[in-house]
Structures are given as C-alpha cells and as structure tokens.
Write a protein that binds this ligand. Structure first.
Ligand code: ZN
Length: 212
C-alpha cells in the first residue's frame, strides 16, 4: 500500500499506512463445520450500469467461483446474502438507490448463480446476521467457521465478519475474493478483521478442505 494522506490536527496532512497483518499461505477448513458466505454479489454492485458499482468486484468473480466449486465438491454449506431494499428504505439516503427487490440490479450475478442446495438470505442492512435466519441455520448445521467473500469489503463483508466473530464463529476472508470502492478501505477492513476478530486473512487458492 502506498502511504495515504489524511487530515490531522491543525489542518496538516500526514501519510498513514495500514499496519501489517498476516496473509496466511494455507488455511485448512473442515467442510462439515464450515460455510462459504457469498455477500451481495448482485448486478447493482458488480455489473457496469449497476446502481452502486464497485469497479473491482467483477475481478473477484473467478476467485469466488473457484471457492464455490471447492465448497460444492466437499458438500460444504453455501449461503448467499442478497441485499434487499424497498421504496423508502433509509439506506437510499446514504447510498444511491440499489438492490431494489425484484429488479435486475438486485439479482445475483449469473456466473455465481446459487445452486439448488444453497441458501439465499435476503438481507436488510450491512450485517447478514441482522434480521435474517443466518445464525439459526449455522447453529443447526453445526457450523463454526465462516469463509466470507463478496462485496463491499469494508461494509457488508466487514459487518458480517464482525457479527460472526462476536458470536464466536471463526472467520476466514480470502483477500482476492473481496472488493471495495477504495483500496485503503479494503486494507483497513482486513487489518481490523485480523487484529480485532482474530480472523484469518488468506487467498482463495490457499483454502484447503480436510480435517487435518
Ligand atoms: Zn444496501
């Protein structure tokens, strides 16, 4: 990361750098106790013409696909979150209109279409646990580890990872399978997940299934 400037006391600018965090070369997960959570990979965020385009999101599709293949090959649970808003949603006062229920922009991108055994949870806010059945499902599946990918890294991925960690799930985030509007936001979010939640940061290719 190149140093970034930010306003400091007295109006001066000073460069800041994201502190180091570990990117693990190999992360082994036990498929029966793990869920792959694909956050908000919807046309509005990923596709040109989307209502809240994250320009780097499309580049994460191959990494997410490879993890979906890994998960399905090992019968790992797969959960998608689908950001879902309706007319008058207060989130549209913060962000441009996006993820309107039933619209093209709301749909999950074709390349990552959910399979018949996958669960799609319509979510209301940044946190995929808030107002959804996610925690309930993970508990009765016996899942204790979440591999979380998708967009936006420092918003819906981050708040979902935070909410998972607060419930004592182990969190794994493959850094090439998440995207943000600004690289600083992505890096600071990963650093926060590693530092504060003891989350494991890795890459999609470094994820291995097996009990040992
Ligand atoms: Zn939203």
């Amino acid at each position: 990361m190149p140093p970034r400037s930010c306003p400091a006391a007295g109006g001066m600018s000073r460069p800041i750098e994201v502190p180091e965090y570990e990117v693990q070369a190999k992360v082994r997960v036990e498929p029966a106790r793990t869920a792959l959570v694909v956050v908000d990979m919807q046309n509005d965020f990923v596709r040109e013409g989307g209502g809240l385009l994250v320009p780097d999101a499309a580049a994460t599709v191959p990494a997410i696909r490879s993890m979906l293949e890994l998960a399905r090959a090992h019968e790992m649970r797969v959960v998608y979150s689908q950001d879902t808003h309706r007319e008058g949603d207060p989130e549209w006062r913060i962000w441009p209109e996006h993820a309107r229920a039933g619209s093209w922009g709301w749909e999950i991108v074709r390349e990552l279409a959910p399979g018949p055994d996958d669960v799609v949870l319509r979510k209301l806010r940044y946190d995929a646990f808030y107002g959804t059945a996610l925690d309930h499902l993970l508990r009765f599946w016996g899942v204790d580890t979440l591999v979380i990918c998708g967009t936006v890294a420092n918003i819906c991925v981050h708040y979902t990872a935070a909410s998972a960690a607060l419930r004592w799930y182990d969190v794994v985030i493959p850094r090439d399978a998440v995207s943000a509007l600004d690289p600083f936001d992505l890096e600071s979010s990963l650093r926060q997940t590693a530092f504060l939640f003891a989350g494991r940061i890795t890459t999609a290719a470094a994820l291995i299934c097996g009990s040992r």
